[in-house]
Design a protein around this ligand. Structure first.
Ligand code: GCV
Length: 600
């Protein structure tokens, strides 16, 4: 590591301590002879060093470098959904970097590279195992703990602390108790003992991550206890060691009857957690998905974010592209995250304004695996990079971040950088054009979630319905419908409740409207759907043209691997176009005004 005097450390760098700087912060002051890095702690030195290297790589000279920088939140967390078998849930970049054949197993050099990679973008917490904890993975806190501790030790010099995903039923599964009831004294004692053992092996462990009462995972609800009871029993066990519980709020009824129009899945997180504000111990962080559905291409921000004044929260993003193209389709998530952060929470505040206040941590599901380029799609590296940069500084724009990523990855030649930047900035909008329209969500193939299936989730148990008929589509979530809008601040409630003021891209998330409804463009809703779907597929043809034009400026392997994925993206975009347009044509019987090919 370059701090220890080797590897990357550029000549002429001096370090000084300035105790007045906040934790992890740094000040860079350039001069003719080199650069001074000041910080209060070692982590700040390291981040200052990486920032300096990035500046130099982007063409800066030591004399021009001058910056002071501190992270917006103290916990910038990467969650892997890796199983001990070596498979990665929702992973699109090969096998696990950490596990194989039921064991903790990794290439030590690659692991060091990975730790360095994460640290260089500011990530300082990592959970290696999946939130869906299998019985085998549960043993990471018992007989497999020693192996996990060795893995944690590789990340420690890079100021990255480990988090372990644990099973709520561990007292039964591992301890042989008859219950996991959080109010049972034996259960509390079991967690206390488990914490003692774990902290002996990993003294700086950040804490435990828990998915409970969610998608068939056990949790306190089954025992008639609250989410706060469940989180607190574990939090109290971790407290003496400074550990935290990261308790996920992805709690909803995943066995709904599609005939039931009263239950509305997006309401679930708020309904379950908001009434418990103030009941969680102060070392519990509630981890809230950014949207009320599930990492969809377009959904509003969760009304739970920032709503609990007496409870710490982490906002959860998804870097792995489960619903956003699976690292086959190009999708620069920075664009979506910038929108999420810019979205209002009231008439005076944006979500960005919550970060560092009500939102005290930012977490994301990783997109990495053992593929040689880490992320399958080479350009998807930019998504991991963007997560780190935004978690550190949520005021950055997608343009700034992606421009830096391109510069650091492919060099600063504007002939390459500008067209590629534009392509990446457009990529989210293009994907959205050929996906489910206007915030409708869920028109994907079931289980694996790639490609179109307009009614794939329509009659399922997952609470994911658009209820299209011959005349109209969408769910009325206003007070006249499911009442979901009432969970928002009055300003947003009014904004979303009126189709005239509702952001048009979210229209069908909040409203049920006829295909003939006129949008601000003057087009009908249906014509908008046809047009965007034809455009989306054409735009992908444009991406291919742009990428081919850049071939002479790109490393050969990157050119060919991305070119191959763009071809697959075009097939996907055309499939989406034809399936969605045909679906709506068959439902409504209304033809495309431009008479383009739709399948009767
Ligand atoms: C880890 C979605 C995904 C699941 C995931 C779950 C979660 O439902 O499809 O694979 O499980 O979210 O976030 O817990």
């Amino acid at each position: 590591m370059w701090l220890q005097g080797g590897d990357d450390c550029p000549p002429g760098v001096r370090f000084e301590t300035d105790p007045s700087l906040p934790p992890e912060a740094f000040r860079l002051t350039g001069g003719k002879g080199g650069c001074l890095i000041e910080s209060a702690d070692e982590a700040g030195r390291m981040y200052g060093g990486y920032a300096l290297l990035a500046k130099l790589a982007l063409g800066g000279t030591p004399e021009t470098i001058s910056m002071t920088n501190a992270p917006a939140v103290s916990e910038r967390i990467l969650n892997h959904w890796d199983n001990l078998t070596g498979d990665v849930e929702r992973g699109y970049s090969g096998k696990s970097l950490f596990f194989k054949n039921g064991e903790v197993s990794y290439d030590p050099q690659r692991m060091k590279d990975y730790a360095r990679l994460l640290a260089s973008v500011g990530i300082n917490r990592v959970c290696f195992n999946n939130v869906n904890v299998t019985p085998l993975a549960a043993r990471l806190i018992t007989d497999k703990l020693g192996d996990l501790a060795q893995l944690a030790a590789i990340f420690r010099p890079f100021h990255i602390k480990t988090i372990i995903a644990v099973d709520f039923s561990s007292p039964i599964l591992l301890g042989g108790l008859s219950t996991a009831d959080p109010l049972d004294g034996g259960v509390a004692a079991w967690w206390a003992k488990a914490a003692e053992t774990v902290y002996k092996a990993i003294p700086d462990l950040a804490g435990f991550l828990v998915k409970a009462d969610s998608e068939f995972r056990d949790g306190p609800a089954a025992m008639g206890r609250t989410q706060a009871d469940g989180a607190n029993v574990i939090a109290r066990a971790l407290k003496p060691y400074g550990g935290k519980v990261y308790w996920r709020c992805f709690v909803y009824n995943c066995e709904q009857d599609w005939r039931d129009t009263k239950t509305d899945r997006p309401k679930a997180a708020y309904d379950h957690f908001f009434p418990l504000d103030g009941s969680f111990d102060n070392n519990v962080i509630l981890q809230v998905k950014h949207g009320p559905s599930d990492f969809q291409v377009r959904e509003p921000n969760s009304p739970l974010l920032g709503a609990m004044k007496d409870t710490a929260q982490a906002m959860e993003l998804q870097v792995t592209q489960e619903y956003t193209g699976q690292q086959i389709d190009l999708y620069a998530l920075a664009v979506q995250w910038e929108e999420i952060l810019s979205a209002p929470v009231s008439d005076t505040r944006s979500t960005r304004g919550l970060v560092g206040q009500e939102i005290q941590a930012v977490a994301a599901v990783a997109n990495t695996g053992d593929d040689a380029n880490w992320t399958g799609h080479t350009l998807a590296q930019a998504n991991l990079y963007a997560f780190g940069r935004l978690a550190w500084d949520p005021s950055l724009t997608a343009r700034e971040i992606l421009s830096d990523w391109i510069g650091l990855t492919f060099g600063t030649n504007p002939a390459l950088r500008e067209p590629l930047l534009n392509m990446m900035l457009d990529s989210r909008g293009v994907y959205e054009k050929y996906n489910a329209p206007l915030g409708l969500c869920w028109m994907v193939n079931i289980n694996h979630h790639y490609g179109p299936s307009p009614e794939g989730y329509e009659f399922s148990k997952w609470g994911t319905y658009h209820r299209a008929d011959a005349k109209a589509i969408g769910v009325d979530r206003t007070d006249n419908g499911t009442g979901y809008t009432s969970q928002y601040h009055p300003y947003l409630r009014a904004l979303y409740s009126n189709p005239d003021t509702c952001p048009e891209e979210l229209l069908l998330y909040f409203h049920r409207l006829p295909y003939t409804y006129t949008l601000k463009s003057g087009k009908t809703l249906l014509q908008h759907i046809y047009d965007t779907h034809f455009e989306g597929a054409e735009d992908v043809e444009g991406f291919i043209e742009t990428w081919d034009g850049l071939q002479p400026l790109l490393p050969e392997s990157a050119y060919y691997s991305v070119a191959a994925r763009l071809k697959r993206q075009l097939v996907n975009a055309r499939e989406w176009r034809d399936v969605i347009n045909t679906y709506f044509y068959r439902k409504s019987g209304i033809p495309d005004r431009q008479g383009r090919k739709i399948y009767p």
